[in-house]
Design a binder for this molecule. Structure first.
Ligand code: ZN
Length: 221
């Protein structure tokens, strides 16, 4: 719903941020977008991809859905919003990296554990969609036990789900082909809502590590 704050907000945006970057916005309008990265994150209102990475307009091609899930490749004629955006980013925009970003205190992950959508006919699509995090839930329970502290269980499930979605990305032939050839790199992140920090998944050691531990100058050289 558009409220007064949004109307004033757009005016403020035009007068300040847009004005400051007017040249860049016009270039993007005329030349089109050439984002380097595809970001797949949660729809959660507290996790803002451009804000948490301080990315500029044109930098990130963004997919957001409930739980930052990637449904496995399924080339039928149904309506696959996330799959369509992945195809476009990889095949047309030719992004160089794909980031799946989960986050702490994710409502989707909590809902999977609590079976919140089980018997509600108004959540029929959510019930199906949330099954994409089911294997992460099972792995977390197996690792920590049924009597584990709930928050600890949810934090682990959030991480395991990101790894699971990375695996699903590989079911897309267009993604797998480009990862194998080195054209695309794949990354799993978890954003911490309470401190603003990002951890990334290091497949070499099967651990999440603070993103700040990467030497930026070393990476860019
Ligand atoms: Zn979430």
């Amino acid at each position: 719903m558009v409220n007064n704050n949004m109307i004033l907000g757009n005016k403020l945006f035009q007068d300040s941020f847009f004005k400051a970057y007017e040249k860049e916005f016009l270039q993007l309008a005329q030349k089109g977008q050439t984002p380097k990265a595809l970001y797949i994150g949660c729809s959660d209102s507290r996790v803002l991809p451009n804000l948490i990475t301080q990315s500029a307009p044109g930098d990130l091609f963004v997919i957001r859905n409930v739980g930052n899930f990637v449904a496995p490749y399924k080339p039928d004629e149904d309506f696959h919003s996330t799959a369509s955006a992945i195809e476009y980013a990889v095949t047309i925009l030719k992004v160089e990296s794909i980031i799946v970003c989960g986050h702490t205190n994710c409502g989707a992950i909590e809902a999977i554990h609590k079976k919140s959508c089980a018997n509600n006919p108004e959540l029929v699509h959510s019930k199906t969609w949330l099954t994409l995090g089911e294997s992460a839930k099972v792995q977390a329970i197996l690792a920590l036990g049924l009597n584990a502290d709930k928050e600890t269980l949810y934090r682990l499930t959030e991480k395991l789900s990101v790894v699971s979605q990375l695996e699903n990305l590989f079911t897309y032939p267009s993604v797998k082909k480009r990862v194998d050839s080195g054209e695309i790199t794949i990354h799993g992140w978890v954003y911490n809502i309470e401190c603003g920090e990002i951890e990334y998944y290091d497949p070499e050691i099967s651990q999440f590590v603070h993103l700040s531990s990467i030497n930026v100058e070393e990476e860019e050289s």
